[in-house]
Write a protein that binds this ligand. Structure first.
Ligand SMILES: [Zn+2]
Length: 596
């Protein structure tokens, strides 16, 4: 893009900078140093970074710019040779609870692709591998399994789901089918057939019954195609005599339990997608639940004396009257210590009558009262309702009684159990994400040996991308992290190095990277790793400018720009702008002359 080897700046007057003319070499590792307040940041960030951003924004249309806003031109006469600028700051990458080391480095996205392509499906019920067949394979299997037998061909249309299915039965009947197998029993599809809507049901349409032999092969094919299309890919065969049932599927199926999944997409492994995330915790791994320790103050207190914190002490309210009536139904009173109230009564006080009613006696005076059917919401149900409201004054109050807990549906693994049942080398994607980078690096480099020839071919372009990204993280001193680690818990230095590793992995060239004191808070061992990674960016054809005092960084650079001599109005001048070699030679002779 630019033929020049330098960034040329003329008439630079940003902040305290004193009308400077200077050249900074491109495609080099440059350190800008100087005392605090000398004007280092004015040059690096307020001039180079800002002008780079401004020029980038200028590439947008005027229409788009009115939404993103404009940057003011820095106070400078002329800048030439500036590349696109990226600043890598020492700040936390993301506050989003859904961001992890895996997602910000994109390694998790590549792993999702890997699992979608070559993950081996297993049944979450039996743990055994799932199987799938083509239509041709299903036909020949049925023919071999049931030759000379009388069979029923069934198309499963409902599997363990609730409903009365009146409409479904009607539809099937109108399409010309006469029988269905409902919860294991063959029924005639009469008008008005329905089942208990509150129970779970299994329903299969009886597509055909035939005595299988060579003459019937064509009919078998026709009926099978019909059954597979009715059921979206599954067929059950029952042998008439033994009543043995066999299940076949074009989808992935567990031949023992009959559960079936479709072939996965990368989305099925994303905890940020409804296709992959656990239904209970929505992919967060934790849920907020009522914490009874926060609801009950002291079990030896009575409800009257304030055992239930959200209610407080007895007041003359409807709620307390209802609770009193409930307690007396179970032989307890308002003054009964909480731990002596019968469990059944406590359950209703907490969880309510769940949509139905309970008959209670309401005492209206000393000698009379009425029986009536009470519908009670329940204290915990009420708290949950307020806590999950989008907003409202009671939301904050209700959340006081909740605690965060590991999700009991996914055990904190964030994904649906189907998604966790795809394995590579006997590990699911969550187990792989929990490995530290060091172990993960070893695992991914060994994985090809464990894949068959076909799978190796499928992931040939993908594996190098994953390996590369993991090894960058490994080499930059972050081998103790795992992909599951929430990004918001990373230190500024860790975040910065992750961003550097991502930049290296993205393999951009011709970019100017600007960093502000990247060694702050770093262990000396990691200093070296940081320097190596910056050097790598330069070797790839980029420019790196670092504002830094650290001696190691300065000595490892190609070029040093010293701004000074003092701070504020006493600074803003160029003290040195030369190769690191010359700079060090001069400093050595200077300190020698000072010593002599
Ligand atoms: Zn969950």
């Amino acid at each position: 893009m630019f033929s020049s080897d330098n960034i040329t700046i003329e008439g630079l007057r940003v902040h305290n900078l004193k009308n400077l003319d200077l050249e900074i070499p491109r495609n080099k590792f440059v350190v800008i140093t100087g005392v605090s307040g000398s004007g280092k940041s004015s040059l690096a960030f307020d001039t180079l970074y800002k002008e780079g951003q401004r020029r980038y924004l200028e590439t947008f249309s005027a229409y788009a710019r009115q939404f993103i806003g404009n940057y003011d031109r820095p106070d400078v006469d002329f800048i030439e040779g500036l590349s696109p600028v990226i600043s890598i700051e020492q700040k936390t990458v993301s506050k989003n609870p859904r961001s992890t080391v895996g997602t910000v480095t994109e390694i998790y996205d590549f792993l999702r692709l890997l699992y979608a392509r070559v993950g081996k499906p297993h049944s979450y019920i039996t743990g055994k591998p799932m199987t799938s067949f083509t239509e041709e394979q299903i036909i020949s299997k049925i023919y071999n399994d049931f030759n000379d037998k009388k069979i029923l061909i069934l198309a499963p249309v409902v599997q363990s789901r609730k409903g009365n299915y009146r409409d479904l039965f009607e539809q099937i009947f109108r399409r010309g089918y006469l029988k269905a197998r409902v919860d294991g029993e063959i029924l005639d599809l009469d008008h008005g057939l329905h089942v208990d809507r509150y129970k779970t049901h299994d329903i299969e349409v009886v597509v055909d019954r035939i005595s299988l032999n060579n003459d019937k092969l064509k009919r078998l094919k026709t009926s099978l195609t019909e059954a597979l299309s009715l059921s979206k890919g599954q067929v059950f065969i029952i042998e008439h005599e033994s009543q043995n049932i066999k299940k076949y599927s074009k989808n992935l199926m567990c031949s023992e339990s009959g559960i079936s999944y479709s072939y996965p997409e990368p989305n099925n492994f994303s905890f940020n997608s409804p296709y992959g995330s656990c239904n209970t915790c929505k992919g967060l791994g934790n849920t907020w639940n009522i914490d009874l320790n926060k609801v009950i103050s002291d079990k030896t207190l009575s409800i009257k004396d304030g055992a239930i914190i959200p209610l407080g002490k007895f007041k003359d309210t409807v709620m307390f009257k209802q609770i009193k009536a409930l307690l007396s139904k179970f032989g307890a009173e308002m003054s009964t210590p909480f731990d002596q109230i019968p469990e059944e009564a406590k359950e209703i006080v907490f969880d309510g009558t769940n949509g139905s009613t309970i008959e209670v006696y309401l005492n209206m005076g000393s000698d009379y009262g009425v029986y009536y059917d009470l519908e009670f919401e329940g204290i915990c149900t009420m708290i949950k309702r307020h806590a999950s409201a989008p907003q409202g004054s009671l939301k904050k109050w209700a959340k006081e009684f909740l605690s965060e807990r590991v999700c009991n549906e996914c055990n904190g693994e964030r994904l649906k159990k189907e998604s966790l049942s795809f394995l590579i080398d006997n590990k699911n994607i969550s187990e792989v994400s929990k490995m530290n980078i060091h172990t993960l690096n070893l695992w991914i480099n060994d994985i090809e040996k464990k894949l068959n020839k076909r799978d190796t071919e499928i992931v040939r372009d993908l594996l190098p991308e994953i390996k590369k990204r993991i090894s960058f993280l490994n080499n930059i001193g972050l081998n103790y992290l795992d992909l599951n680690r929430p990004a918001k818990t990373l230190s500024g230095g860790e975040s910065q190095r992750i961003r550097i590793a991502s930049q290296i992995a993205s393999q951009l060239t011709g970019v100017l990277y600007i960093l502000d004191e990247p060694t702050i808070g770093l262990h000396p061992v990691d200093n070296k790793r940081l320097i190596d990674s910056l050097r790598k960016l330069v070797d790839m054809g980029n420019s790196v400018i670092v504002v830094e005092h650290d001696r190691d960084v300065m000595e490892s650079s190609d070029h040093i720009l010293d701004i000074g001599p003092g701070a504020g109005s006493h600074g803003g001048e160029i003290i040195a702008n030369e190769s690191t070699k010359n700079f060090i030679k001069k400093s050595v002779s200077l300190s020698k002359s000072l010593l002599s």
